[in-house]
Design a protein around this ligand. Structure first.
Ligand code: PMP
Length: 566
């Protein structure tokens, strides 16, 4: 799809349908993270509430009229999805709990019925983990080859080379319609056509596509198409697997029990025909009702959505292009309204923390596409993902906040007014230490983060030879390494990170713990301590706030030391 330059200004006529934006109890949040999950339609909220308050019954089981009504509506949703993606029959629509489960269902079924040793499975270098790992694991088990279609230095699929990789030994091509990390629209029509020529099956991961592009699976002629409800204004925990009916008939069931069973005795069981064959157990009824409503909304407003998104995306590109340190990733022509970028000399984690303080919600890191980041040679990006409910003001706020944050993160140390923060790590401190004191005295968030970044300068940087898998701390959106060891009975801590804020946080933690015995560290309530410095947020379990993983690693080390010394 070519992003056309639209003349009209972006408006927010669709915003009214999303209660998130009119909830006065919420602090105004500039929500630019719709690729992670979209905001929900009021009609989706209504149907959910109505089901739980007025119509709670099971489907496909009881014969009373309430159950019959809801079952009818449940099946009506299947028809909505059939029309939404242009499937031939509603029997080709299977409810799953999301795109991940849809892919796993197909992978497990093909592994049992279609793949044979020597076959190859072709994916692309920009796939979401959900469209890599199921194939990788099956390839390892069945001795298949997993091949990867290449991308160029910006993250755009190299089409010619990719097409050459589709050969008579290709059993399946599994590729995203749109990259979640970069927003690229992949040329799936050409890829599907080539796969047909050699008799390979095709699975298209449409998770990031269906709310932005009109999809017609019959025209595409793909064998499987998968997506999730929560990225298309619908509920979480519901997804779709589309499959050509004859293929669905060939696949064995995925899970067993419930309405997928036709007849059972202790000796033998027969199964329902698709789609019920793949829907074991009580389904996510509200999820199904909600995704049906969401798909109808998108179909009704498709043109409006497209115009709004194109305008917003253009404004976003204009905003980013004027910042000299910004490097854009992905295809900016064939793209949905999602843009990934990095900022020279600035850690994506630091930017996200500071943007969050300005109420700007973006996602940073690898976006569940670690192999893509490895291929591009970066450790993550900042991703702005828009939807038609965003408006020009959102992008203006983002642009202004981004400039402020970059300035804050790149200003030189001499500009930061502060007191010296050196500390003697061998000294056990009984009162608040200089770093902690300075952070406590900070009058604003910006000052707190300035002090943190300065504190990070007192951290002795870990030599590269120590940045290994053993010292790596996983669970944070930034890379972090720490080393713990005991010297003359006291703990010594060393660490590093490309993030200035994480280095500052490490300095704070190390200042509090250095010089203590392992036993004293275990007795020390670090969480409470950080809360007194208003840094407790960084201990949240969310991946973006990964200090808790650092603390866990230190505690684990001290527990081991304490056990060994008993
Ligand atoms: N594929 C893509 C392209 C995605 O963006 C996502 C979600 N980020 C998934 C698969 C997995 O979707 P879910 O978590 O809803 O199963």
């Amino acid at each position: 799809m070519l992003i056309k330059l639209m003349s009209s200004k972006s408006s927010n006529t669709l915003r009214q349908y999303f209660p998130f934006f009119s909830n006065s109890r919420l602090e105004r949040c500039v929500y630019l993270d719709s690729a992670a999950t979209s905001q929900k339609l009021q009609t989706v909220v209504d149907i959910t509430q109505q089901y739980y308050q007025e119509r709670t019954v099971n489907v496909h089981r009881s014969s009373h009229h309430l159950a019959a009504n809801v079952t009818e509506q449940f099946e009506q949703s299947r028809k909505h999805i059939q029309h939404f993606i242009g499937a031939k029959s509603h029997k080709e629509i299977i409810w799953t709990k999301g795109a991940t489960e849809s892919i796993n269902l197909v992978a497990s079924g093909l592994a049992k019925s279609v793949f044979k040793a020597g076959d190859s499975i072709l994916i692309s270098a920009m796939e979401h983990h959900a469209n890599i790992v199921p194939w990788q694991q099956i390839a390892q088990t069945l001795n298949l080859q997993l091949q990867v279609m290449p991308i160029d230095i910006n993250g755009v699929l190299k089409l010619e080379e990719s097409l050459q990789m589709i050969t008579f030994s290709t059993a399946l091509v599994a590729i995203g319609h749109v990259s979640n990390a970069l927003g690229n629209i992949n040329p799936i029509e050409t890829i599907i056509a080539k796969a047909k020529e050699v008799g390979a099956l095709t699975l298209i991961d449409g998770t990031q596509a269906v709310s932005h592009l009109t999809v017609n699976v019959q025209q595409l002629d793909c064998d499987f198409y998968v997506f999730s409800g929560h990225k298309m204004f619908g509920p979480t925990g519901i997804g779709v697997l589309y499959g050509k009916y004859d293929l669905l008939e060939q696949l064995p069931p995925y899970q067993l029990g419930g309405e997928m069973i036709k007849q059972v005795s202790f000796a033998h069981t027969t199964f329902q025909a698709p789609p019920l064959k793949f829907e074991a157990g009580t389904p996510n009824i509200v999820g199904v009702l909600g995704i049906g409503v969401a798909s109808e909304f998108i179909q009704q407003h498709r043109n409006e959505l497209l115009v709004l998104e194109n305008n917003l995306y253009k404004q976003l590109l204009d905003t980013l292009s004027v910042i000299p340190q910004v490097r854009l990733w992905g295809d900016i022509v064939n793209s949905i309204c999602v843009q990934s970028f990095t900022v020279q000399g600035v850690s994506h984690y630091d930017l996200a923390v500071l943007l969050d303080k300005r109420n700007i919600a973006v996602r940073v890191g690898h976006h569940c596409a670690m192999p893509l980041m490895q291929t591009l040679g970066i450790d993550g990006t900042i991703r702005v993902s828009l939807a038609a409910y965003n408006n020009s003001a959102d992008i203006n706020s983002f642009g202004q906040a981004l400039t402020e944050c970059i300035n804050l993160l790149t200003e030189s140390a001499t500009q930061i007014k502060t007191v010296a923060t050196s500390f003697d790590s061998n000294q056990i401190k009984r009162s608040l230490t200089p770093i902690a004191e300075l952070i406590k005295q900070a009058k604003s968030w910006d000052q707190t983060y300035r002090q943190l970044m300065l504190a990070g300068k007192s951290l002795v940087r870990l030599k590269d030879q120590y940045k290994t898998e053993t010292s790596a701390v996983h669970g944070c959106e930034s890379q972090v390494w720490i080393r713990c060891f005991i010297n003359e009975g006291s703990i010594v801590l060393e660490g590093d990170s490309p993030s200035k804020i994480v280095r500052g946080l490490l300095a704070v933690v190390f200042e509090a713990l250095s010089g203590k015995t392992a036993h004293q560290v275990l007795m020390f309530n670090l969480a409470d301590y950080l809360k007194t410095l208003h840094l407790g947020k960084h201990l949240s379990q969310s991946r973006g706030n990964g200090l808790s993983a650092v603390v866990d690693k230190i505690i684990e080390y001290c527990q081991l030391q304490s056990t060994n010394s008993i």
